[in-house]
Design a protein around this ligand. Sequence first.
Ligand code: HEM
Ligand SMILES: *[C@@H]1O[C@H](CO)[C@@H](O)[C@H](O)[C@H]1NC(C)=O
Ligand SMILES: *[C@@H]1O[C@H](CO)[C@@H](O)[C@H](O)[C@H]1NC(C)=O
Ligand SMILES: *[C@@H]1O[C@H](CO)[C@@H](O)[C@H](O)[C@H]1NC(C)=O
Length: 490
Amino acid sequence: MMSPISAISAIFFVLLATLFFKIAIPPLNFPRNIPTIPFYVIFLPVFFKMDQVELYEKYLREPMEKYGAVKAFFGSRWNILVSRPEFLAQVFKDENTFAKSGNQKKIPYSVIATYTGDNVISAHGDIWKLYRTSLNHSLQRFNEAPLWKNAKKFCQLICNQVDVASGSTKVGPLIQRLTLDNISEVTLGFDFGTLNQEKSSLHEHLLLIKKQIFHPLFLTFPFLDLFPIPMRKEAFKNVESFRKILVERVRQNMIENYQFEQTDFAASNLIRSYNAEKINYTQLTDNIVILLVAGHENPQLLITTCLYLLAKYKSTWQQDIWEECKRIVDGDSKGLSELPLLNSFIFEAVRMYPPLNTIINRKTSRLCKLGHDIVIPKDTYVGYNNFGANHYRKSWGSTADEFQPQRWGSDIDTILKTWREKKTTAVLSSFHGGRRACLGEKLALVELRVTIFEVLKQFKLSLSPSWEEKMTPGGPLCPLNLELTCERRT
Ligand code: HEM
Ligand SMILES: *[C@@H]1O[C@H](CO)[C@@H](O)[C@H](O)[C@H]1NC(C)=O
Ligand SMILES: *[C@@H]1O[C@H](CO)[C@@H](O)[C@H](O)[C@H]1NC(C)=O
Ligand SMILES: *[C@@H]1O[C@H](CO)[C@@H](O)[C@H](O)[C@H]1NC(C)=O
């Protein structure tokens, strides 16, 4: 007979062992002919000073380049991560087999799923089509005036903020304010107001929930949100109230706008769909939130990366782009879109540091094959690693890790043609591609060109001597706590 105590410890031991094996070893039905990345790899940046680029180089590059796909532990489960263009193209194309299955399905109990819900990015099938048709048109044709106006405000704020003694400034928080104001004015139809006053209540609220959502512990182990942890209960409450306030704010503005029917904001189209009872209030909220999230976070990351690269290549690219930009007048977005140096620089930045690095939101709907011989069981999460794809040596050659805007071509037609080609063949996957391609690419690129133009008009940028050159350790990819020296042009 076992004593009750030893019985309990035996059960405990078995549970612990099961948990360990679930984490340490991929499921047995996963394909055997691709390598496994050790499970502890994703935890390394938590314990060591290591960024995602170093992590990729050390643990992922070799297996990924050799096999094109690997088994990797992420978000409390084992997944298959893909980087080889042929595999990526297959995943992007075969929507029915590699079906979108975002956080609302993967971890519905989590704070992050409560935040973004069932939106255009994560939905599948007919519901996705419905959302996409509500948004597509207005996200391709938008009012650029707020982008120009806000870029100027942004530069003014840099001026005010630069430390007189060192000329140095941390640009991160300012970039966030800029991108928030832009996206809310351009797609949601109201001014977030973060550039006019440092403290806007909606902005404070957003900063608070972002901290709670991107908490490393809960991001790595989302299942913890199943437990009644007071801190997380608070997070749920904050997220719920943010969603409510945001949507009411958007609707209020639309209702007050006597020309509502003529407005063509992405949000006005969503509201029209809601008024026509095509989508319900939850769906309206989910999509307004995702417009705000995708619309400000990704450009925020990319602007940060571009300012970093401009500062890093100060005497070459920054100087040359400024010479090229000089002849453009304010408001001429078209002029900016035709500049070879500026555009190849931006495309190369998108390639080098894809703002969204690892995306795992597709689940196989049946037993299937990736390529010729990688057999993937049903209900397996399949994701893509953009850094891997964009640095794949077979695609980009031996200079894949070097920053070389000239690889895109020297005249604008060649540059744009190369850009389209790399995207359609999934050789460059930063904006996804195919039917599920990013709807905000055009908007993001306009925003980026205008911001770079306005910043270079006023400042010469260099990296602050005190800034340590590192990228973020995990999640969204951009320089970590970037600090720049901004010298006024005279
Ligand atoms: C630098 C800027 C941006 C990057 C790198 C980026 C990247 C991406 C990526 C990788 C996806 C596919 C996500 C997936 O696989 O699940 C996506 C989808 C999407 N993005 Fe962006 N994005 C950017 C800016 C924007 C902006 C400014 C908006 C505007 C609101 C936006 C709206 C969307 C939407 C609506 C989708 C979903 C498309 C669909 O599934 O039908 N994005 N984006
Ligand atoms: C979206 O809009 C563009 C241009 O307005 C159009 O070419 C495209 O076919 C539309 N549909 C989708 C699903 O992207
Ligand atoms: C907002 O618009 C301004 C002005 O065009 C631009 O400088 C800035 O980069 C934009 N912000 C974002 C986040 O795109
Ligand atoms: C809204 O519609 C979705 C999709 O049809 C449905 O799953 C959800 O329960 C609805 N929510 C409400 C509050 O009616």
